[in-house]
Design a protein around this ligand. Structure first.
Ligand SMILES: [Mn+2]
Length: 512
Protein backbone atom coordinates (compact mmCIF):
# COMPACT_ATOMS: atom_id res chain seq x y z
CA UNK A 1 0.00 0.00 0.00
CA UNK A 2 1.47 3.19 -1.13
CA UNK A 3 0.68 5.49 -3.91
CA UNK A 4 2.04 8.18 -6.16
CA UNK A 5 -0.47 10.82 -7.24
CA UNK A 6 0.41 9.71 -10.73
CA UNK A 7 -1.34 6.38 -10.04
CA UNK A 8 -4.64 8.23 -9.83
CA UNK A 9 -4.50 9.96 -13.18
CA UNK A 10 -5.66 6.89 -15.09
CA UNK A 11 -9.13 7.86 -13.87
CA UNK A 12 -10.95 10.84 -15.28
CA UNK A 13 -14.17 10.90 -13.24
CA UNK A 14 -12.84 11.74 -9.79
CA UNK A 15 -14.42 12.85 -6.53
CA UNK A 16 -12.35 14.04 -3.55
CA UNK A 17 -14.07 13.49 -0.21
CA UNK A 18 -13.32 15.27 3.07
CA UNK A 19 -14.53 13.84 6.39
CA UNK A 20 -17.90 15.08 7.68
CA UNK A 21 -17.61 18.47 9.39
CA UNK A 22 -14.49 19.15 7.36
CA UNK A 23 -11.70 21.05 9.07
CA UNK A 24 -9.11 23.31 7.50
CA UNK A 25 -6.63 20.47 7.00
CA UNK A 26 -9.17 18.35 5.13
CA UNK A 27 -10.18 21.27 2.90
CA UNK A 28 -6.56 22.23 2.26
CA UNK A 29 -5.66 18.65 1.33
CA UNK A 30 -8.65 18.38 -0.97
CA UNK A 31 -7.72 21.67 -2.59
CA UNK A 32 -4.13 20.54 -3.18
CA UNK A 33 -5.27 17.27 -4.70
CA UNK A 34 -7.77 19.07 -6.94
CA UNK A 35 -4.96 21.43 -7.95
CA UNK A 36 -2.82 18.45 -8.93
CA UNK A 37 -5.57 16.92 -11.04
CA UNK A 38 -6.11 20.28 -12.74
CA UNK A 39 -2.43 20.30 -13.76
CA UNK A 40 -3.14 16.95 -15.42
CA UNK A 41 -6.20 18.29 -17.20
CA UNK A 42 -8.59 16.39 -14.94
CA UNK A 43 -11.48 18.18 -13.29
CA UNK A 44 -12.10 16.66 -9.87
CA UNK A 45 -14.92 17.69 -7.52
CA UNK A 46 -14.54 18.21 -3.75
CA UNK A 47 -17.38 16.91 -1.57
CA UNK A 48 -18.26 16.08 2.01
CA UNK A 49 -21.25 14.45 3.71
CA UNK A 50 -22.77 14.55 7.17
CA UNK A 51 -25.63 16.47 8.70
CA UNK A 52 -24.02 19.86 8.77
CA UNK A 53 -22.88 22.26 6.14
CA UNK A 54 -19.62 24.13 6.82
CA UNK A 55 -20.47 27.01 9.13
CA UNK A 56 -17.31 27.83 11.05
CA UNK A 57 -16.19 31.29 10.00
CA UNK A 58 -12.61 30.46 9.09
CA UNK A 59 -13.79 27.56 6.94
CA UNK A 60 -16.46 29.64 5.26
CA UNK A 61 -13.75 32.18 4.58
CA UNK A 62 -11.52 29.45 3.20
CA UNK A 63 -14.20 28.28 0.80
CA UNK A 64 -15.43 31.75 -0.18
CA UNK A 65 -12.28 33.89 -0.29
CA UNK A 66 -9.75 31.26 -1.26
CA UNK A 67 -12.14 29.72 -3.73
CA UNK A 68 -12.22 26.17 -2.39
CA UNK A 69 -15.36 24.74 -3.88
CA UNK A 70 -16.51 21.95 -1.54
CA UNK A 71 -20.03 20.63 -2.10
CA UNK A 72 -22.11 19.40 0.79
CA UNK A 73 -23.80 16.16 -0.34
CA UNK A 74 -26.90 15.46 1.72
CA UNK A 75 -27.99 12.16 0.19
CA UNK A 76 -26.30 10.33 -2.64
CA UNK A 77 -23.91 11.34 -5.32
CA UNK A 78 -25.79 11.96 -8.59
CA UNK A 79 -23.68 9.25 -10.18
CA UNK A 80 -21.13 6.73 -8.98
CA UNK A 81 -17.65 8.13 -9.66
CA UNK A 82 -14.87 6.07 -11.18
CA UNK A 83 -12.58 7.11 -8.34
CA UNK A 84 -13.28 8.49 -4.90
CA UNK A 85 -10.31 9.72 -2.86
CA UNK A 86 -10.78 10.39 0.85
CA UNK A 87 -8.40 13.00 2.24
CA UNK A 88 -7.60 13.52 5.95
CA UNK A 89 -9.73 10.45 6.68
CA UNK A 90 -10.21 6.79 5.74
CA UNK A 91 -13.02 5.36 3.64
CA UNK A 92 -15.48 3.51 5.87
CA UNK A 93 -14.80 5.46 9.04
CA UNK A 94 -17.63 6.71 11.23
CA UNK A 95 -17.17 10.35 10.36
CA UNK A 96 -16.86 9.68 6.64
CA UNK A 97 -20.30 9.40 5.06
CA UNK A 98 -20.45 6.42 2.74
CA UNK A 99 -20.65 7.13 -0.97
CA UNK A 100 -20.49 4.41 -3.59
CA UNK A 101 -17.50 4.46 -5.89
CA UNK A 102 -16.01 2.10 -8.47
CA UNK A 103 -12.53 2.62 -7.02
CA UNK A 104 -11.38 4.07 -3.73
CA UNK A 105 -8.13 5.70 -2.67
CA UNK A 106 -7.13 7.00 0.77
CA UNK A 107 -4.73 9.83 1.60
CA UNK A 108 -4.54 10.39 5.33
CA UNK A 109 -2.38 11.05 8.38
CA UNK A 110 -4.42 9.38 11.13
CA UNK A 111 -3.85 5.98 12.71
CA UNK A 112 -4.72 3.12 10.39
CA UNK A 113 -7.90 1.57 11.79
CA UNK A 114 -9.18 -0.58 8.98
CA UNK A 115 -8.12 -2.50 5.91
CA UNK A 116 -7.08 0.10 3.40
CA UNK A 117 -7.66 -0.06 -0.34
CA UNK A 118 -4.70 -0.81 -2.59
CA UNK A 119 -4.42 2.86 -3.50
CA UNK A 120 -3.57 4.29 -0.09
CA UNK A 121 -1.01 6.54 1.45
CA UNK A 122 -1.29 6.97 5.21
CA UNK A 123 1.49 8.56 7.21
CA UNK A 124 0.24 8.46 10.76
CA UNK A 125 3.04 10.44 12.29
CA UNK A 126 2.57 13.50 10.10
CA UNK A 127 1.06 16.48 11.87
CA UNK A 128 -1.29 17.20 9.01
CA UNK A 129 -2.64 15.75 5.80
CA UNK A 130 -1.54 19.00 4.16
CA UNK A 131 2.03 17.89 4.81
CA UNK A 132 1.36 14.62 3.06
CA UNK A 133 -0.04 16.44 0.01
CA UNK A 134 3.04 18.67 0.00
CA UNK A 135 5.24 15.57 -0.01
CA UNK A 136 3.19 13.78 -2.68
CA UNK A 137 3.26 16.85 -4.93
CA UNK A 138 7.01 17.14 -4.43
CA UNK A 139 7.40 13.49 -5.43
CA UNK A 140 5.68 14.36 -8.72
CA UNK A 141 8.05 17.26 -9.29
CA UNK A 142 5.63 20.02 -8.28
CA UNK A 143 6.89 22.97 -6.26
CA UNK A 144 4.08 24.44 -4.16
CA UNK A 145 5.65 27.89 -4.38
CA UNK A 146 5.67 28.03 -8.18
CA UNK A 147 2.82 29.47 -10.25
CA UNK A 148 2.51 27.00 -13.12
CA UNK A 149 1.28 29.72 -15.49
CA UNK A 150 4.03 32.13 -14.42
CA UNK A 151 7.07 30.23 -13.12
CA UNK A 152 9.21 33.37 -12.65
CA UNK A 153 6.79 35.02 -10.26
CA UNK A 154 7.92 35.28 -6.66
CA UNK A 155 4.38 36.05 -5.47
CA UNK A 156 3.04 33.68 -2.81
CA UNK A 157 0.84 30.93 -4.19
CA UNK A 158 -2.62 30.07 -3.03
CA UNK A 159 -1.56 26.42 -2.81
CA UNK A 160 1.27 27.23 -0.38
CA UNK A 161 -1.04 29.46 1.70
CA UNK A 162 -3.72 26.81 1.96
CA UNK A 163 -1.32 23.99 2.89
CA UNK A 164 0.47 26.18 5.42
CA UNK A 165 -2.84 27.06 7.02
CA UNK A 166 -3.95 23.42 7.05
CA UNK A 167 -0.75 22.42 8.84
CA UNK A 168 -1.05 25.27 11.32
CA UNK A 169 -4.61 24.40 12.33
CA UNK A 170 -3.85 20.69 12.75
CA UNK A 171 -0.73 21.22 14.86
CA UNK A 172 -2.03 23.68 17.41
CA UNK A 173 -0.43 26.65 15.69
CA UNK A 174 2.72 24.61 14.88
CA UNK A 175 3.21 23.90 18.59
CA UNK A 176 2.85 20.13 18.30
CA UNK A 177 4.97 19.67 15.19
CA UNK A 178 7.65 17.05 15.43
CA UNK A 179 7.97 15.29 12.09
CA UNK A 180 10.66 16.65 9.76
CA UNK A 181 8.21 16.78 6.83
CA UNK A 182 5.93 19.08 8.84
CA UNK A 183 8.88 21.32 9.61
CA UNK A 184 9.80 21.34 5.91
CA UNK A 185 6.37 22.56 4.89
CA UNK A 186 6.29 25.13 7.70
CA UNK A 187 9.66 26.57 6.70
CA UNK A 188 9.32 26.25 2.95
CA UNK A 189 5.83 27.46 2.09
CA UNK A 190 5.81 30.91 0.51
CA UNK A 191 2.37 31.78 1.82
CA UNK A 192 0.42 34.98 1.52
CA UNK A 193 0.69 36.74 4.86
CA UNK A 194 -2.39 38.82 4.21
CA UNK A 195 -4.61 35.82 3.50
CA UNK A 196 -3.05 33.74 6.25
CA UNK A 197 -3.50 36.43 8.90
CA UNK A 198 -7.10 36.90 7.91
CA UNK A 199 -7.79 33.17 8.20
CA UNK A 200 -5.89 32.77 11.42
CA UNK A 201 -7.85 35.53 13.06
CA UNK A 202 -11.29 34.46 11.91
CA UNK A 203 -11.54 31.50 14.20
CA UNK A 204 -14.73 32.14 16.08
CA UNK A 205 -17.89 34.16 15.56
CA UNK A 206 -19.16 36.83 17.95
CA UNK A 207 -21.74 34.35 19.14
CA UNK A 208 -19.06 31.74 19.82
CA UNK A 209 -16.98 34.25 21.77
CA UNK A 210 -20.08 34.71 23.91
CA UNK A 211 -20.42 30.95 24.42
CA UNK A 212 -16.76 30.74 25.42
CA UNK A 213 -17.08 33.69 27.82
CA UNK A 214 -20.16 32.20 29.49
CA UNK A 215 -18.46 28.83 29.70
CA UNK A 216 -15.31 30.18 31.33
CA UNK A 217 -17.40 31.63 34.14
CA UNK A 218 -18.67 28.20 35.11
CA UNK A 219 -15.41 26.33 35.74
CA UNK A 220 -15.56 23.54 38.29
CA UNK A 221 -12.21 22.86 39.95
CA UNK A 222 -11.90 19.43 41.54
CA UNK A 223 -11.27 19.52 45.28
CA UNK A 224 -7.91 17.77 44.97
CA UNK A 225 -6.67 20.12 42.26
CA UNK A 226 -6.31 17.31 39.74
CA UNK A 227 -8.56 18.69 37.05
CA UNK A 228 -11.11 21.30 36.02
CA UNK A 229 -14.35 20.85 34.10
CA UNK A 230 -16.53 23.15 32.04
CA UNK A 231 -19.93 22.41 30.59
CA UNK A 232 -20.30 24.71 27.58
CA UNK A 233 -23.43 25.39 25.57
CA UNK A 234 -23.64 23.27 22.40
CA UNK A 235 -20.99 24.54 20.03
CA UNK A 236 -18.54 23.58 17.35
CA UNK A 237 -15.89 21.03 18.48
CA UNK A 238 -13.21 23.54 17.52
CA UNK A 239 -14.60 26.00 20.01
CA UNK A 240 -14.56 23.27 22.67
CA UNK A 241 -10.90 22.84 21.89
CA UNK A 242 -10.28 26.56 22.16
CA UNK A 243 -12.01 26.79 25.54
CA UNK A 244 -10.04 23.83 26.88
CA UNK A 245 -6.79 25.31 25.57
CA UNK A 246 -7.52 28.49 27.49
CA UNK A 247 -8.54 26.60 30.62
CA UNK A 248 -5.34 24.57 30.60
CA UNK A 249 -3.36 27.82 30.74
CA UNK A 250 -4.44 28.26 34.37
CA UNK A 251 -1.44 27.75 36.63
CA UNK A 252 -1.51 24.67 38.85
CA UNK A 253 -4.01 23.10 36.50
CA UNK A 254 -2.62 20.21 34.45
CA UNK A 255 -5.65 18.41 33.13
CA UNK A 256 -9.02 19.64 32.01
CA UNK A 257 -12.23 18.60 30.36
CA UNK A 258 -14.69 20.75 28.43
CA UNK A 259 -17.89 19.24 27.11
CA UNK A 260 -21.23 20.11 25.61
CA UNK A 261 -24.46 18.21 25.54
CA UNK A 262 -26.22 17.67 22.23
CA UNK A 263 -29.59 15.98 21.70
CA UNK A 264 -28.17 12.46 21.30
CA UNK A 265 -24.58 12.67 22.45
CA UNK A 266 -22.06 14.49 24.60
CA UNK A 267 -18.97 15.84 22.87
CA UNK A 268 -15.86 16.61 24.88
CA UNK A 269 -12.35 17.85 24.66
CA UNK A 270 -9.50 16.82 26.99
CA UNK A 271 -6.20 18.56 27.60
CA UNK A 272 -3.19 17.57 29.63
CA UNK A 273 0.19 19.23 30.02
CA UNK A 274 1.84 16.59 32.21
CA UNK A 275 3.50 13.37 31.12
CA UNK A 276 1.62 11.43 33.80
CA UNK A 277 -1.66 11.89 31.93
CA UNK A 278 -1.87 11.15 28.23
CA UNK A 279 -4.83 13.16 27.02
CA UNK A 280 -5.76 10.45 24.51
CA UNK A 281 -5.72 7.76 27.18
CA UNK A 282 -7.90 9.82 29.50
CA UNK A 283 -10.27 10.65 26.63
CA UNK A 284 -10.61 6.92 25.94
CA UNK A 285 -11.12 6.14 29.63
CA UNK A 286 -13.91 8.70 30.02
CA UNK A 287 -16.01 7.19 27.26
CA UNK A 288 -15.26 3.52 28.00
CA UNK A 289 -18.45 1.59 27.28
CA UNK A 290 -20.43 4.68 26.35
CA UNK A 291 -18.70 5.95 23.23
CA UNK A 292 -15.18 6.58 22.04
CA UNK A 293 -12.28 8.92 22.49
CA UNK A 294 -8.69 9.48 21.45
CA UNK A 295 -6.23 11.95 20.01
CA UNK A 296 -2.76 13.02 20.98
CA UNK A 297 -0.70 13.20 24.15
CA UNK A 298 -1.67 16.77 24.95
CA UNK A 299 -4.93 17.23 23.09
CA UNK A 300 -7.71 14.73 22.70
CA UNK A 301 -11.45 14.43 22.57
CA UNK A 302 -14.34 12.07 22.36
CA UNK A 303 -18.05 11.54 22.58
CA UNK A 304 -20.53 9.63 24.70
CA UNK A 305 -23.80 8.37 23.29
CA UNK A 306 -27.10 9.08 24.98
CA UNK A 307 -28.44 5.51 24.69
CA UNK A 308 -25.23 4.00 26.05
CA UNK A 309 -25.21 6.43 28.97
CA UNK A 310 -28.73 5.27 29.75
CA UNK A 311 -27.44 1.70 30.05
CA UNK A 312 -25.00 2.97 32.68
CA UNK A 313 -27.94 4.45 34.58
CA UNK A 314 -26.91 7.99 33.74
CA UNK A 315 -29.99 10.09 33.04
CA UNK A 316 -29.63 12.43 30.15
CA UNK A 317 -29.65 15.74 31.95
CA UNK A 318 -27.04 18.32 32.89
CA UNK A 319 -26.70 17.26 36.50
CA UNK A 320 -26.31 13.52 35.87
CA UNK A 321 -23.89 13.97 33.00
CA UNK A 322 -21.75 16.29 35.09
CA UNK A 323 -21.78 13.75 37.92
CA UNK A 324 -20.94 10.90 35.55
CA UNK A 325 -17.94 12.72 34.11
CA UNK A 326 -16.56 14.02 37.40
CA UNK A 327 -16.92 10.60 39.06
CA UNK A 328 -15.08 9.08 36.14
CA UNK A 329 -12.32 11.68 36.46
CA UNK A 330 -12.10 11.18 40.22
CA UNK A 331 -11.77 7.44 39.65
CA UNK A 332 -9.10 7.98 37.06
CA UNK A 333 -6.92 9.97 39.42
CA UNK A 334 -7.74 8.08 42.61
CA UNK A 335 -7.25 4.64 41.17
CA UNK A 336 -4.18 5.23 39.05
CA UNK A 337 -0.77 4.67 40.55
CA UNK A 338 2.18 6.29 38.85
CA UNK A 339 5.51 4.55 39.24
CA UNK A 340 8.88 5.96 38.22
CA UNK A 341 11.11 2.93 37.86
CA UNK A 342 14.40 3.68 39.52
CA UNK A 343 13.02 5.35 42.58
CA UNK A 344 10.27 3.01 43.58
CA UNK A 345 10.33 -0.29 45.41
CA UNK A 346 7.38 -2.61 45.31
CA UNK A 347 6.80 -4.85 48.34
CA UNK A 348 7.71 -8.18 46.77
CA UNK A 349 7.22 -10.11 50.01
CA UNK A 350 3.50 -10.26 49.31
CA UNK A 351 3.93 -11.22 45.66
CA UNK A 352 4.18 -14.66 44.10
CA UNK A 353 7.33 -15.69 42.31
CA UNK A 354 7.31 -16.85 38.71
CA UNK A 355 9.82 -18.09 36.21
CA UNK A 356 9.70 -17.76 32.48
CA UNK A 357 8.58 -20.90 30.72
CA UNK A 358 11.00 -22.25 28.15
CA UNK A 359 9.26 -20.36 25.44
CA UNK A 360 10.83 -19.52 22.16
CA UNK A 361 10.62 -15.91 21.28
CA UNK A 362 12.23 -13.74 18.65
CA UNK A 363 14.97 -11.16 18.82
CA UNK A 364 16.84 -8.80 16.60
CA UNK A 365 19.68 -6.41 17.34
CA UNK A 366 18.45 -2.91 16.60
CA UNK A 367 21.41 -2.11 14.34
CA UNK A 368 20.36 -5.01 12.09
CA UNK A 369 17.13 -3.25 11.17
CA UNK A 370 18.09 0.43 11.13
CA UNK A 371 21.18 2.60 11.10
CA UNK A 372 23.09 3.36 14.26
CA UNK A 373 21.70 6.51 15.88
CA UNK A 374 18.32 6.46 14.16
CA UNK A 375 15.24 6.92 16.33
CA UNK A 376 12.59 4.22 16.35
CA UNK A 377 9.15 4.12 17.85
CA UNK A 378 8.36 0.66 19.19
CA UNK A 379 4.68 0.03 19.71
CA UNK A 380 4.57 -2.32 22.69
CA UNK A 381 1.36 -3.70 24.10
CA UNK A 382 1.54 -1.18 26.90
CA UNK A 383 2.36 1.92 24.91
CA UNK A 384 4.77 3.50 22.45
CA UNK A 385 8.42 3.59 23.46
CA UNK A 386 11.12 5.57 21.68
CA UNK A 387 14.58 4.09 21.32
CA UNK A 388 17.83 5.09 19.66
CA UNK A 389 19.36 2.38 17.51
CA UNK A 390 22.65 1.09 18.91
CA UNK A 391 24.55 -2.10 19.61
CA UNK A 392 23.19 -1.82 23.14
CA UNK A 393 19.56 -2.27 22.24
CA UNK A 394 17.84 -5.48 21.20
CA UNK A 395 14.22 -5.85 20.28
CA UNK A 396 12.41 -8.92 21.54
CA UNK A 397 9.26 -10.35 20.03
CA UNK A 398 6.98 -12.04 22.52
CA UNK A 399 4.69 -15.00 22.11
CA UNK A 400 2.23 -13.05 20.01
CA UNK A 401 4.92 -11.19 18.14
CA UNK A 402 4.64 -8.10 20.29
CA UNK A 403 7.89 -6.09 20.25
CA UNK A 404 9.80 -4.95 23.36
CA UNK A 405 13.09 -3.07 23.46
CA UNK A 406 15.65 -4.49 25.85
CA UNK A 407 19.22 -3.59 26.79
CA UNK A 408 22.04 -5.89 25.76
CA UNK A 409 23.08 -6.89 29.30
CA UNK A 410 19.54 -7.79 30.25
CA UNK A 411 19.10 -9.68 26.98
CA UNK A 412 22.26 -11.74 27.50
CA UNK A 413 21.35 -12.44 31.11
CA UNK A 414 17.82 -13.58 30.35
CA UNK A 415 17.91 -15.31 26.96
CA UNK A 416 19.93 -17.94 25.21
CA UNK A 417 20.21 -18.00 21.44
CA UNK A 418 18.73 -20.83 19.41
CA UNK A 419 19.50 -22.03 15.90
CA UNK A 420 15.91 -22.81 15.21
CA UNK A 421 14.36 -20.83 12.42
CA UNK A 422 12.04 -18.13 13.65
CA UNK A 423 8.41 -18.01 12.57
CA UNK A 424 6.86 -14.62 13.23
CA UNK A 425 3.38 -15.29 14.68
CA UNK A 426 1.69 -12.23 13.18
CA UNK A 427 0.62 -11.47 9.62
CA UNK A 428 1.90 -7.91 9.29
CA UNK A 429 5.21 -6.57 10.52
CA UNK A 430 5.22 -5.52 14.17
CA UNK A 431 4.81 -1.79 14.54
CA UNK A 432 8.32 -0.42 14.68
CA UNK A 433 8.50 2.94 13.03
CA UNK A 434 11.64 4.60 11.77
CA UNK A 435 11.28 8.33 12.42
CA UNK A 436 13.79 9.21 9.72
CA UNK A 437 11.57 8.01 6.87
CA UNK A 438 8.24 7.41 8.67
CA UNK A 439 8.16 3.82 7.49
CA UNK A 440 7.26 0.73 9.42
CA UNK A 441 10.37 -1.43 9.33
CA UNK A 442 10.26 -4.70 7.48
CA UNK A 443 11.72 -6.89 10.22
CA UNK A 444 9.85 -10.17 9.89
CA UNK A 445 12.58 -11.87 7.89
CA UNK A 446 15.39 -10.73 10.18
CA UNK A 447 14.15 -12.04 13.48
CA UNK A 448 16.03 -14.93 15.06
CA UNK A 449 15.00 -17.34 17.76
CA UNK A 450 16.01 -17.20 21.39
CA UNK A 451 14.82 -18.99 24.50
CA UNK A 452 14.04 -17.35 27.76
CA UNK A 453 16.35 -18.61 30.50
CA UNK A 454 14.49 -19.13 33.71
CA UNK A 455 16.90 -16.71 35.30
CA UNK A 456 16.20 -15.31 38.69
CA UNK A 457 12.53 -15.08 37.84
CA UNK A 458 10.13 -12.32 38.63
CA UNK A 459 7.70 -11.36 41.30
CA UNK A 460 4.29 -10.52 39.93
CA UNK A 461 0.84 -9.58 41.02
CA UNK A 462 -2.33 -9.05 39.09
CA UNK A 463 -3.44 -5.43 39.00
CA UNK A 464 -6.77 -4.40 40.44
CA UNK A 465 -6.39 -0.77 39.38
CA UNK A 466 -4.61 1.25 36.73
CA UNK A 467 -0.86 1.59 36.96
CA UNK A 468 1.44 3.74 34.88
CA UNK A 469 5.11 2.86 34.87
CA UNK A 470 7.79 5.11 33.48
CA UNK A 471 10.47 2.55 32.67
CA UNK A 472 14.14 3.25 33.29
CA UNK A 473 14.82 3.63 29.58
CA UNK A 474 12.05 6.09 28.75
CA UNK A 475 11.26 8.73 31.33
CA UNK A 476 8.72 10.47 29.13
CA UNK A 477 6.26 7.76 28.17
CA UNK A 478 4.50 5.43 30.53
CA UNK A 479 3.49 1.83 30.17
CA UNK A 480 -0.14 1.46 31.12
CA UNK A 481 -1.46 -1.51 33.05
CA UNK A 482 -5.18 -1.93 33.57
CA UNK A 483 -7.00 -4.30 35.95
CA UNK A 484 -6.17 -7.90 35.02
CA UNK A 485 -2.70 -7.11 33.70
CA UNK A 486 0.34 -8.04 35.80
CA UNK A 487 2.86 -5.85 37.52
CA UNK A 488 6.23 -7.61 37.39
CA UNK A 489 9.41 -6.97 39.34
CA UNK A 490 12.65 -8.69 38.36
CA UNK A 491 13.92 -10.82 41.20
CA UNK A 492 17.52 -9.73 40.58
CA UNK A 493 16.71 -6.04 40.10
CA UNK A 494 13.91 -4.71 42.28
CA UNK A 495 14.06 -1.37 40.48
CA UNK A 496 13.17 -2.97 37.16
CA UNK A 497 9.40 -2.92 37.02
CA UNK A 498 7.17 -3.49 34.08
CA UNK A 499 3.71 -4.50 32.96
CA UNK A 500 2.80 -7.85 31.39
CA UNK A 501 -0.50 -8.01 29.55
CA UNK A 502 -3.10 -10.35 31.01
CA UNK A 503 -3.25 -12.63 27.94
CA UNK A 504 0.51 -12.91 27.65
CA UNK A 505 1.32 -13.65 31.29
CA UNK A 506 -0.06 -17.20 31.64
CA UNK A 507 1.50 -18.20 28.31
CA UNK A 508 4.92 -16.99 29.33
CA UNK A 509 5.29 -17.50 33.08
CA UNK A 510 4.77 -20.30 35.57
CA UNK A 511 4.67 -20.08 39.32
CA UNK A 512 7.61 -21.44 41.35
MN1 LIG B 1 -5.86 16.43 9.63
Amino acid sequence: MSLMLNDLTKFSDIVIQCHDNPDADALASAYALQWYFAQKGIEARIIYGGAQEISKCNLVLMTMCLGIDAKHIKKKLPKTPELLVTVDCQYGEGNVTHFNAKNVAVIDHHQVRRVLPELSEVRSNYGSCSTLLYELLKAEGYDINVHPENPDSKEPTRLATVLYYGLMTDTDGFATINHPADKDLRDYANYSEAEYNLLRNSNISEEELGIAADALKTVYYSGDGNYAVINAKPCDPNLLGLISDMLLEVNNLNTCLVYCIFDDYVKYSVRSCVKEVRANELAGFLSEGVGGGGGHLVKAGGRMEKDLLAQKKCSYNKKSIFRYLTERLDNYFAETTVIYAGDYLEDVSVMKKYRKKDVEVGYVLSTKIAANGERLQVRTLEGDVDITVSNDIYILFGVEGEPYPVKVDKFKKSYKLSRKEYQYPGKANPSILNYSNSKILDVKGRIKTCIAKGGQGIYARQLTSRVKIFPKWDQNHYYLGTPGDYLAVRADDPYDLYIIAKDIFPQTYEEI
